[in-house]
Design a protein around this ligand. Structure first.
Ligand code: ATP
Length: 247
């Protein structure tokens, strides 16, 4: 990790419109290297689209994305991922009919890694119960393991910034703890920054020193979760509904 934090992600005045639908507008924030930032908000608030735009999958309508002051705006997905911004998906992102091992090998090849890259994930493969399943077809894995494989595939590319889209969705209690562990690995071993879109408020409180709240495409609030989640406008827009659903 760079102590100077030179791989800061900067999002400046970012807007995205699909035809007549303004999905989000004028979103600005910075994610310093090695930090974890949560993004929450109601369904349809624009969170996944924000990840799609930062990752280069979609071009913004306005605004800029910079990594370590390098211009990422408008660059295609493969160029942005090679620069070090890597996303995971709400759904799993494996080549479904390939084996677990083949998927990992492809991701390592994509990032120019070799045997050291395999060694670097030995502990994680054991911990996430993927080690005994390397020969199994990826889409035959239980859902929770497919999600962990998706995270491991992002990890082996050694990203500078990881964008995680609902990593805990569909996971049960013990499996959710693996998301915490994965984020710890990413920070400690890669020095990587992590942006997490999530509806699981406990996970957000555990992992994120700071959060952003998106509501109807606007940045409603930002700051530490204890502070932000207690705000009346945030409770009205989002938190009350989510915590009622969970109760
Ligand atoms: N490619 C697209 N073309 C047109 N509209 C889209 C497209 N992708 C998303 N949208 C719309 O943009 C809005 C924001 O969607 P988005 O998936 O970003 O929300 P979200 O905050 O991630 O929601 P959720 O929490 O349910 O995942 C929605 O109204 C959605 O229908």
């Amino acid at each position: 990790m760079s102590p100077s934090g030179h791989e800061t992600l900067e999002v400046v005045g970012l807007s995205k419109r699909f035809g007549g639908l303004q999905v989000f507008q004028e979103i600005s924030f910075t994610l310093p290297q090695g930090e974890v930032l949560g993004v929450i908000g109601p369904n349809g608030a624009g969170k996944t689209t924000l990840i799609n735009v930062i990752s280069g999958k979609l071009a913004p309508t306005a605004g800029r994305v910079l990594l370590g002051r390098r211009e990422m705006t408008g660059q295609p997905l493969h160029a942005v991922s090679r620069a070090g911004i890597m996303r995971s998906f709400q759904q799993t992102n494996t080549f479904s009919t390939a084996s677990v091992g083949e998927n990992i090998a492809r991701a390592i090849t994509f990032s120019g890694g070799g045997s050291a890259a395999w060694q670097a994930i030995t502990g994680m493969l054991d911990e996430f119960e993927l080690a005994p399943r390397l020969d199994e077809q990826s889409d035959k894995l239980p859902y929770g393991l497919q999600k962990m494989l998706g995270l491991v595939l992002a990890f082996v590319t050694r990203p500078k910034v990881l964008l995680l889209d609902e990593p805990a969705a569909g996971l049960e209690g013990r499996e959710r703890g693996r998301v915490d562990s994965f984020v710890r690995h990413a920070r400690e071993e890669l020095g990587c920054s992590v942006l997490i879109v999530e509806h699981d408020m406990d996970l957000i409180r555990r992992l994120c020193p700071n959060i952003l709240v998106l509501d109807a495409g606007r940045l409603l609030a930002s700051g530490p979760p204890a502070e932000v989640l207690a705000r009346k406008d945030v409770i009205d827009a989002y938190v009350g509904a989510v915590e009622e659903e969970v109760a």
